[in-house]
Design a protein around this ligand. Structure first.
Ligand code: PLP
Ligand code: SF4
Length: 336
């Protein structure tokens, strides 16, 4: 992942917080009162090709002295990442084959996905795009070509901004992007896949909300929360602002071993999301990306979990358990 180029304007509060993110495993452990020997598998080696990155706000949600904290487990490099596992590769979901040009991907009917930037505020160790060649493939670099591609996709009514994290772009860049995308006649919806409100709620500024309110497109924001401990009053405040800007709010999670692979945690997650105005959308099976095999939950266990949460929650709070299969016409449901 690469950092977005800095703007010539004065950085805003969230940009300062982003620049101040923790980027060394030793520093994170110290901040949490942990010693390397508390985490025998921690990978302290630096530089790491996929370095640790976590905003101080998000690190502040981790429990001091708890080596098994579920938020820490999402971001801490492990030596297990170096172990090869059969079936786990560098392009696990066939993204490189689905690229129309260097930044627009279409796998499914009616919607297309644009890689806006390679930058993220947090580096999730299980990320399926951890090996994606972002340096060449981003919308910002290929903007005119990507717009031409989009104008030619007559059956595409929804554009998904993905990345990386689209909200790591400055408001000025997003404003420009929204104006040009709004001019693509056949588009009616804009979807933003982002983890930024969750790991850095200060990103949701009045300026951002104004941009989202102004576009003629219906805006859907899909946040990414895996564990109820990620849901805080700050996140609630950020989401309330997005909601008053007219955005529909959904959540996607990844089913992660020893993080959220139990029914109580998943039920608590759905209920806590609903409290802050977010509907559960997808619960993804882990994509088999090299370096993430230690997060894998097997399908039998996943089906059992789904059965349990279906029994314990209203249907509208049960996320769709899905797997991404290269070449399939949609995400593939995993059923009990
Ligand atoms: C996941 C994904 C989508 C979105 O799929 P939905 O089922 O509509 O949420 C769209 N395009 C690509 C390339 C994707 O990977
Ligand atoms: S925020 Fe999303 S794209 Fe970025 S590292 Fe995490 S999972 Fe990957």
């Amino acid at each position: 992942m690469i950092l977005s180029s800095t703007s010539h304007l004065q950085p805003t509060q969230w940009q300062r917080e982003l620049a101040d993110a923790i980027n060394s495993p030793s520093e994170l452990l110290t901040a949490l009162d942990l010693l390397p020997r508390d985490l025998p598998d921690v990978d302290l080696a630096e530089p790491n090709p996929f370095p640790l990155r976590v905003p101080r706000y998000f690190a502040g949600l981790m429990r001091r002295g708890d080596a098994h904290d579920p938020l820490l487990a999402q971001v801490l490099p492990r030596r297990a990442e170096h172990l090869a596992r059969d079936g786990f590769g560098r392009d696990p979901v066939g993204d490189l084959d689905a690229l129309h040009d260097n930044a627009v991907l279409q796998k499914y009917g009616g919607r297309a996905l644009a890689i806006t930037t390679g930058a993220c505020a947090v580096h999730c160790r299980y990320c399926f795009r951890r090996h994606f060649p972002y340096a060449e493939q981003t919308l910002i670099r290929q903007w005119q070509a990507s717009l031409r591609t989009l104008r030619g996709l007559q059956d595409v009514h929804e554009l998904i901004l993905s990345g990386g994290d689209p909200l790591s772009l400055s408001d000025a860049r997003l404003a420009h992007l929204l104006v040009e995308v709004g001019q693509v006649a056949q588009l009616t919806r804009l979807r933003i896949h982002t983890r930024l409100p969750v790991v850095l709620p200060s990103r949701v500024t009045a300026d951002l909300c104004a941009l989202l309110r102004e576009t003629r497109l219906r805006v859907v924001i899909v946040i990414h929360v895996n564990h109820p401990n990620e849901i805080t009053p700050q996140l609630g405040g950020a989401l309330a602002q997005l909601q008053s800007a007219g955005c529909t709010l959904l959540n996607q999670s990844v089913l992660l071993k020893d993080i959220n692979d139990d029914a109580d945690t998943l039920m608590n997650l759905s209920e806590s999301l609903f409290e802050v105005g977010v509907m559960p959308y997808y619960l993804h099976m882990l994509d088999p990306v090299a370096g993430a095999a230690h997060f894998d939950v097997d399908e039998l266990q996943a089906r059992t979990l789904l059965r349990r949460i279906r029994a314990g929650l209203p249907g509208y709070l049960v996320p769709h358990l899905v797997r991404e299969v290269p070449g399939a016409a949609s995400k593939v449901p995993v059923t009990p």
